[in-house]
Design a binder for this molecule. Structure first.
Ligand code: NAP
Length: 307
């Protein structure tokens, strides 16, 4: 079968670290072009915008939109209207209305749209969902603590309106819990701390409820030393720990064997399957939970952030 000709849009850290290697190893896709305001992608024609690529570039069947979320909606509309399959990096957009509109257009169009919550493709996620199913939940705790200076150097968009701040990684935790827990989550309360010179939060504490069980989350962007991306699910039959963002899983402290698949190769294999089956996957649940936190959360001020 012919490979899907794909263009990458927004050439930055995640494109180089994950999208390019996953696509180069895939039998289903071929990278044929790229678009980015300043950066280039070696080996393929790169245009300064998706509009220019669609007008003057090689024929593409699909696009992966990997620019910051504030800049994605316009390109998603362009791609959908041009009849291209669309993969949106997480978070798909920076407003719920835009994400809902993309979903509505996807349902009408004869193309695939995929909101790619990459953490859901971590090897521990499906085994964790299967283990939790049918057990009585007692308590869920999330700790997502990383050093923004290490993981997001120079990414000023994160601190601007619509940049998500600490929710940029935190939304990955929410994408996992909303996939592995059987019932929907409802925000009870939240506290979001905004540096006095930033438009997005640097740390946050959240409490959700799911089927009557409390879910507590702590997000921290100033964690030095060991970095933590962990979720603990206490049940009537033991405690599951998902660690390293879903790369590891333990039950009552005993490490569990996991499938060898890596996140982005699995994510692109799923995108290929969606295209082959003529389906879309436009879940917005993690974005909705973040929107709830921004709506209901108490706002506190933190010291200015200086990179
Ligand atoms: P990044 O390193 O800042 O790269 C984003 C790139 O987008 C920039 O290099 C910039 O390209 C380009 N860009 C900016 N405005 C644009 C526009 N209007 N149209 C097209 N391209 C534009 O950020 P990143 O870490 O790759 O993150 C990008 C997205 O991926 C975010 O939504 C993030 O949450 C997600 N993500 C990141 C990671 C990670 O570990 N970094 C992991 C998973 C997902 P120029 O250089 O050409 O200006």
């Amino acid at each position: 079968m012919a490979r899907t000709r794909i263009a990458l849009v927004g050439i930055g850290k995640i494109v180089h670290a994950q999208h390019v290697p996953a696509l180069k190893a895939s039998d289903a896709f071929e990278i044929v072009a790229a678009a980015s305001p300043r950066s280039k992608l070696d080996g393929v024609p790169t245009f300064t915008s998706l509009a220019e690529l669609l007008e003057n570039g090689p024929v593409v069947d699909a696009v992966s939109l990997c620019q910051p979320p504030q800049a994605r909606f316009g390109d998603a509309l362009l791609a959908i209207r041009a009849g291209k399959h669309v993969l949106l990096e997480k978070p798909p957009t920076d407003t719920l209305s835009e994400a809902e509109e993309i979903g509505r257009l996807a349902a009408q169009a004869d193309i695939t749209v995929f909101n790619a919550w990459h953490s859901r493709f971590s090897p521990a996620v499906e085994p964790a969902r299967a283990w939790i199913a049918g057990k009585a939940l007692r308590r869920v705790r999330i700790e997502w603590k990383e050093d923004v200076r290490v993981w997001h150097p120079g990414q000023t968009w994160i601190w601007q309106p619509g940049g998500f701040g600490v929710f940029d990684p935190g939304i990955n935790a929410l994408s996992i819990v909303s996939a592995i827990l059987p019932d929907p989550l409802f925000l009870q309360r939240a506290r979001l701390a905004f540096p006095s010179n930033c438009q997005s939060p640097i740390d946050a504490d959240l409490t959700f409820s799911t089927g009557g069980t409390p879910v507590e989350a702590v997000f921290d962007f100033l964690q030095t030393g060991p970095q933590t991306w962990s979720i603990w699910v206490e049940t009537d039959q033991g405690t599951l720990e998902l660690a390293k963002g879903g790369a590891e899983m333990a039950i009552d402290g005993v490490s569990q064997p996991l499938p060898a698949e890596a996140e982005y190769p699995s994510l692109y294999a799923y995108f290929a399957k969606l295209i082959a089956e003529g389906r879309s996957d436009v879940d917005v649940t993690p974005l909705r939970l973040v929107a709830d936190a921004f709506l209901r959360g108490e706002r506190t001020e933190a010291p200015p952030f200086v990179e």
